[in-house]
Design a protein around this ligand. Structure first.
Ligand code: NAP
Length: 259
């Protein structure tokens, strides 16, 4: 027997400070709750919807959390959010880049303003926050984890979502680029590519009987994913159990991409 922690203990996040962007709803909210259940103190973040409800839900559950607000479509939003979290907690050990938007138009008519907004929220702010957190971890010689929420459209092109596909393809590449530079500093950078997950983002698809049937027929697991499917993976990738995983894009899609 060694003195190594038991395998389940290596999934725990006690004494870690985690920042989860876009944790006012959907996948981010589930991730924030799950990280707190695993022992982390969580900085919950929202924009149009305040993250106070997420933080209160965690506190009621016996966890530790507080709420932050920032508009990541503003190029200064990432730095404002980072500064506020540092002022509250001093540092960040785990960064979950989850906030994201999808704006649909035919490519020929795609307004450049919408292109820029999607790129700013989904890709630029991911780079900005990762750089701020990574720089601070390296300056303090501290290990850390970054988990980016990618998409099936990191691999596929989609239809009427060129900015979303370009941004999520960029998230996958950025994940690998940062992983390569920071692996030797004990900072692991990974991504999760969710399949079709039942959140506000996908309500319209689920309410469209034909599209819903087509999607379900295409998913080998035969069901929509739940936010908790992503949250469990985020806990794993944030934990010491994943210390030797970096630069990976983990598909959590019920088999969609394997098909
Ligand atoms: P959601 O419920 O709409 O959550 C999106 C989150 O992003 C919200 O908390 C939202 O905050 C935040 N956000 C949006 N615009 C923002 C802005 N300008 N500044 C700061 N935060 C902003 O959607 P979700 O399905 O959980 O999506 C979460 C992530 O998963 C996204 O990156 C999405 O691309 C990805 N994803 C989702 C699916 C799926 O099937 N649902 C599949 C693949 C990937 P406010 O509401 O407070 O503004």
């Amino acid at each position: 027997m060694t003195n190594a922690p038991s395998i389940l203990e290596s999934f725990r996040l006690d004494r870690k400070i985690a920042l989860v962007t876009g944790s006012s709803s959907g996948i981010g909210l589930s991730i924030a709750i799950a990280l707190a259940q695993a022992g982390a103190t969580v900085a919950c973040h929202g924009n149009s919807r305040p993250a106070e409800a997420a933080a209160e839900a965690i506190q009621k559950d016996g966890g530790s959390a507080s709420a932050f607000s920032a508009d990541l479509s503003d190029p200064t939003g990432a730095a404002q959010l980072f500064d506020a979290v540092i002022a509250a907690y001093g540092h960040v050990d785990i960064l979950i880049n989850n906030a994201g938007i999808i704006l649909r138009h035919d490519a020929v008519d795609y307004p450049f303003e919408d292109w820029q907004k999607v790129m700013q929220v989904n890709l630029n702010s991911v780079f900005q926050l990762s750089q701020l957190v990574g720089r601070d971890l390296i300056a303090r010689s501290s290990p850390g984890k970054i988990v980016n929420i990618a998409s099936l459209l990191s691999f596929q092109g989609g239809i009427r979502v060129p900015a979303y596909a370009a941004s999520k393809g960029g998230v996958a590449q950025l994940t690998k680029a940062l992983a390569n530079e920071w692996a030797s500093k004990s900072i692991q950078v990974n991504a999760i590519a969710p399949g079709y997950i039942a959140t506000d983002n996908t309500t319209a698809l689920r309410n469209d009987e034909t599209r819903n049937r087509q999607i379900l027929e295409r998913i080998p697991a035969g069901r929509w994913g739940q936010p908790n499917d992503i949250a469990a993976t985020a806990v794993f990738l944030s934990s010491p159990a994943a210390d030797y995983i970096t630069g990976a894009i983990l598909n959590v899609d019920g088999g969609w991409l394997a098909r």
